[in-house]
Ligand binder design. Structure first.
Ligand code: BG6
Length: 486
């Protein structure tokens, strides 16, 4: 369906996120014919830059981050024409009247969107100045990048400041994991099939594993990352959102607030951790020098911008519990880290063993069913089943996967998460964005861990391995193992 024209004003317009993700995503939507004539993208940052220079920078970024077969010189030229650039200082009055000028004579058509791809400490000040500049119309929208704050108090303060300028219905808090095809597919898997939902509870599920592994290090984002660490950067948002989609009850519909209401209940059911649980159920790690996919890489502490002696974690493994009727007693094992052996995200649902075996001598071969949702790369859903190994030699059992590969089945390109989400803002659909109460509930739980970590140094791990040995012990202690690819 054709979307209305928009004015996307991107604060942090020269930053990593804008160049690597936002501009390429907007270009790809433009290429797909979704960007209406008259739409503009107004990049804003403190740097003093010519429009021509900014356009060159933007074009180079799109060329670098979009696949070769999706680049089209004519379309790219048209896209670049939509770009404007304004130099604005978020914390002084400099540049705001230049920005306001861009909107003279434009009402709420095109859709007016302010995307804050900046440090969260600037969210409040930018909103105040947008208001003072008369730019906030009743239908304007603001998009906030994660992380919203660094703990519950700062998240609340930011939400208050932004909320004093924009109504909650105008605020889109982005968690790009919710825009990933395979993450949305969790809703289809669970609620468009009758097979799984009856088994989707503590009676039939032994445990759940969620792994979000990356091979990259801090990639020139040292300044941000060192103040954040893996728990704030990945667990409080992306991994908890995955927990929500796996754990939530069926929403009454996909409309309005229904999905967010259900996710909130999961977040509120997370069992808080006291200092003892933090010691027993969490592992924080930091990488030392090693090798990743064949290349030698330095230790975290030797990366540019990281102060010596930094105690920021680049890896987290933890065991959490959702304290409600559906999930009581079912551990969710989560792990995420930088400089791990592979870029790979997956969710593993481990079902309980069969109650009784009629296959004498096969006890060791009988493995309980496992459902593996591979989020990236090679998006797929695999269901591990026990089958008879072909052959005349009697009943020998073997585990084999039913394998739904999305590339093979659909052959289509998977849009990047930002493509979907940026257009959802234009559409005015907030379902895949985080509501204020969700963000705060997630912080309330994450904070119990941060509190417990105050006296805990991260454990070292060699870059290119699956984290500190304690992360393996965390799950093996319970008689379970992290899923390994077969
Ligand atoms: C971002 C984090 O939100 O997600 C990064 O700030 C991380 O540190 C990235 O690398 C991972 O996203 P994806 O889509 O590559 O899995």
């Amino acid at each position: 369906a054709p979307l209305p024209a928009f004015d996307y004003t991107v604060f942090g317009g020269t930053g990593d996120l804008a160049l690597r993700k936002l501009l390429p995503a907007l270009y790809l939507r433009d290429r797909a014919g979704q960007v209406a004539a008259g739409s503009r993208i107004i990049a804003v940052s403190r740097s003093v830059l010519d429009l021509a220079d900014y356009r060159k920078k933007a074009e180079a970024a799109v060329r670098r981050h979009v696949a070769a077969d999706e680049l089209d010189d004519a379309l790219l030229a048209r896209f670049v024409e939509r770009l404007d650039y304004v130099s604005v200082n978020a914390t002084s009055s400099e540049g705001w009247s230049d920005l306001a000028e861009r909107f003279v004579g434009r009402g709420d058509e095109p859709v007016r969107i302010f995307y804050l791809a900046t440090s969260p400490s600037l969210f409040g000040p930018i909103c105040d100045r947008l208001k003072a500049a008369g730019l906030v119309t009743p239908a304007a929208r603001v998009v906030l990048e994660k992380p919203i704050g660094r703990d519950l108090a700062s998240a609340r303060a930011i939400n208050e400041q932004v909320g004093a300028v924009f109504a909650e219905s105008q605020i889109y808090r982005i968690d790009h994991y919710l825009g990933k095809e395979t993450v949305q597919n969790l809703l289809a898997l669970r609620f468009a099939n009758s097979l799984f939902e009856p088994l989707w509870n503590a009676n039939h599920i032994d445990h759940v594993q969620i792994t979000v592994a990356e091979t990259v290090g801090v990639e020139g984002r040292g300044d941000y990352y060192d103040h954040s660490g893996a728990l704030r950067d990945m667990v409080q948002n992306h991994l908890l959102q995955l927990v929500c989609l796996v754990g939530m009850e069926s929403p009454v519909s996909l409309l309005q607030e229904a999905v967010r209401d259900e996710k909130l209940k999961v977040l509120r059911s997370l069992k808080p951790m006291g200092p003892e649980e933090v010691g027993a159920c969490t592992v924080r790690g930091q990488y030392r020098a090693g090798a990743v996919t064949g290349g030698a890489v330095p230790a975290y502490a030797d990366e540019p911008g990281i102060p010596t002696g930094s105690t920021t974690e680049t890896f987290v493994a933890l065991k959490l519990e959702i304290a409600n009727w559906r999930w009581a007693g079912v551990p969710f094992y989560l792990r995420t880290g930088k400089r791990l052996p592979a870029k790979m995200s997956e969710i593993v649902i481990q079902f309980r063993p069969i109650p009784h075996s009629i296959f004498p001598g096969s006890a060791g071969e009988l493995q309980a069913n496992r459902l593996i949702v591979r989020l990236q790369p090679d998006e797929s859903i695999r269901l591990h089943l026990m089958t008879k190994e072909p052959g005349p030699g009697g009943m020998r059992l073997r585990q084999a996967p039913l394998n739904l590969s999305f590339a093979e089945t659909f052959g289509a390109r998977f849009p990047d998460a930002y493509e979907r989400l940026l257009m959802d803002v234009v559409r005015g659909n907030p379902t895949l964005f985080m509501r204020r109460d969700e963000v705060e509930a997630a912080w309330a739980w994450a904070e119990t861990i941060l509190e417990g970590w105050k006296t805990q140094q991260p454990k070292p791990y060699i870059a290119g391995t699956w984290g500190p040995s304690q992360a393996i012990a965390l799950i093996e202690r319970d008689g379970r193992t992290w899923h390994e690819d077969d």
